[in-house]
Design a protein around this ligand. Structure first.
Ligand code: ADP
Ligand code: MG
Length: 238
């Protein structure tokens, strides 16, 4: 069970209130997209779920457990970033297994998990390559493989497709959704791209200036936007 609750989350950076009283409840196995303009606090929220940042106040609850004080490694989550964050001096194989290695997982288990992820992502033949020898799409798959190898209950995606060309972006949307389904994971996907949000989400959370403007399924937001910001941002005719 990996439901996620963000309860009354605030995050101040000095005087600046970046996240203000955010309440979001995500169901087990749901694919939720946080969408909003650049600078609205999407990455800050996601980083707090990952454990890379802490709320100024409020609780992060994963699978019924308050995780505020837990370091990233002890949370059942894996994050995929926009810039891939691969290690340039490691092969695809090593990149995917590294997280498990430093968690002291048995080498045989690491090989099995990496092989499984590579097979699912179509990376079997690229395991000995270095990141510089890969295309953008292949690098993004390695980043996903590295997250998958950890077998997390929760996947966090921070604008993972921004650096890819338009055609590949469309293809990867489908792949990421399929992966989510196949792994039975709970996913939070962050993007500033409305189309990505509308095509991928079970449910969308629209953010502006650190607050939640509206939460709903894509048709709900399209048909019944609560204000002109949501209407304009989602692109509905209202
Ligand atoms: P988004 O991902 O939606 O583009 P971010 O979460 O990255 O937005 O940033 C939201 C706001 O918080 C921005 O105004 C950004 O400058 C500010 N911010 C983010 N991280 C820090 C930090 N470590 N220190 C100060 N301000 C920050
Ligand atoms: Mg961001």
């Amino acid at each position: 069970m990996a439901s996620i609750q963000l309860k009354n989350i605030r995050r101040d950076f000095g005087e600046v209130k970046v996240i203000r009283d955010v309440d979001i409840a995500i169901n087990d196995k749901e694919f939720v997209v946080f969408v909003g303009p650049s600078g609205c606090g999407k990455s800050t929220l996601l980083r707090m779920v990952a454990g890379l940042d802490q709320p100024t106040s409020g609780d992060i609850v994963i699978g019924g457990k308050v995780v505020n004080a837990l370091p990233p490694r002890e949370r059942d989550v894996a994050m995929v970033f926009q810039n891939y964050a691969l290690y340039p001096h490691m092969t695809v194989d090593q990149n995917m297994g590294f997280g498990l290695m430093i968690s002291k997982v048995e080498p045989q288990t690491i090989r099995t998990k990496v092989a499984e992820a590579a097979r699912i992502l179509g990376l079997d033949k690229l395991l000995d390559r270095y990141p510089r020898q890969l295309s953008g799409g292949q690098r993004q798959r390695v980043a996903m493989g590295r997250a998958m190898a950890r077998d997390p209950a929760v996947f966090l995606f921070d604008e993972p497709l921004s650096n890819l060309d338009a055609k590949l972006r469309v293809q990867m949307r489908t792949e990421i959704r399929a992966l989510h389904q196949r792994l039975g994971a709970t996913s939070i996907y962050v993007t500033h791209d409305q189309i990505e949000a509308m095509t991928m989400a079970d449910r969308i959370v629209v953010l502006r200036d650190g607050i939640v403007e509206q939460t709903g399924t894509p048709p709900e937001l399209y048909d019944r936007p609560v204000n002109t910001f949501v209407a304009t941002f989602i692109g509905s005719p209202a």
